[in-house]
Design a protein around this ligand. Sequence first.
Ligand code: SF4
Length: 501
Amino acid sequence: MSEPTRTVCPYCGVGCGLEVLPPAQPGKAVHRDGQGTPIWQARGDRAHPSSQGMVCVKGATVTESLYKDRLLYPMLRESLDQPFRRVSWDEALNHIANRIQSLRARGSIDAFCMYGSGQFNTEDYYVAQKLVKGCLGTNNFDANSRLCMSSAVSGYLQSFGSDGPPCCYDDLELTDCAFLIGTNTAECHPIIFNRLRKHHKQNKHVKLVVVDPRTTPTAEAADLHLAIKPGTDIDLFNGIAHLLMRWGWLDAPFIDDCTSGFSAYADVIQHYPPDVVVRRCGITVEALEKAARLWGESKRVLSMWSMGLNQSSEGTAKVRTLINLHLMTGNIGKPGAGPFSLTGQPNAMGGREAGGLSHLLPGYRLVKNPQHRAEVEQFWGLPTGQIAAVPGRTAWEMITGLEQGAVEMLWIAATNPVVSMPDLERTKAALRQSPFTVYQEAYYPTETSAFAHLLLPAAQWSEAPGTMTNSERRVTLSPQFRTPPGEARPDWVIFQKWGNG
Ligand code: SF4
């Protein structure tokens, strides 16, 4: 048997390690999919520390999606009602260059936007930042992580000054009490849930609390399920804080040494007595007290959340309120404890590291910080002041910019906004108004390709080398082991060739 290639699953933020084997193995029948196409085989990598050999059905069948409906060549059309015609890479990239030059000549580079993806490798993200924020001088790069992770990013930044989740998967087996909030981990992050559930089952003192309006498979495994009314998370967290203060279950030395503004926080918490909180949340006083007792009595509390907190008009405040509970009880900076944001996409975390949102620069730096801009300009060999001092358009501001005629060129890569954006009819109407949309994608057709003027074929996972960073910030190499179909190129190569052209 030939040696397997070790890589990472490209589907979700758990970041499981995979081993892949070619379709033909000595002495065995060729491995084929349901249509008879020979396909690579995937299995869990026992040596990968994040997943320890475990893999869910998506990871186990990942190779089946590599062969179907691929975009093979650049294709161009002048308007959306015309058919696409195949063009060369040179013609495609020159077309983009002419459009950009015309914007620059008019001093309108801010009419250019790029919308990327948590499916990028970190290297794709990084080269895109250098091209857009460095060379073009606009911060109009945002990613679909904006739709899921930006509340966690802002919550961490505002509470800690840095967007680096202070937890790792080993904490799953070291915690005394896990709060899963707004996350159906059993179905959405199954390998994380498997690790936590095993620890929970094997250790009687370990408790599992689930906060979710829905009764999910995750909630069914909980010792306490708080089915709060949607949107009342802040009331619940502050209600728990109120009881912890009333009972004196605080970590005073930690508060004195490591936090600021505690007395102002305590004033706010006074407004969340149990009778008010249970009425707003739709739970019983007994349930609220049990949650507070579990938090207060446990030596190591780990909280985990995903879209239930993040996808909210007050998502950042929800994340900060949860973090406050950790700070007031010293449940951070020690094994088995801390506020742990679970990322949805495989490389949303790599995007954060590479500065892949419109207010970020690489290395957890901020566009608004003059020293951060100067450091990046110096590293990239750019003149002082080349990086714009104001954050660029967010994903939704790109859509509203199209509506207003302020965005004249939109470059979408590795994401399908006509499916994933909020308010889809409005999104489609805005895309119909776009003067020029480039769509860089591995697959064709997609819902978004119907709104594109220029299609650029991108290489897929397994066809381009790169790295991905999972929820616990573990970086895994994702090597190339197949040849891209047709004329598809890695995303970063497309950016680099266009930038050099
Ligand atoms: S849990 Fe996520 S990363 Fe792991 S195999 Fe499943 S889809 Fe892939």
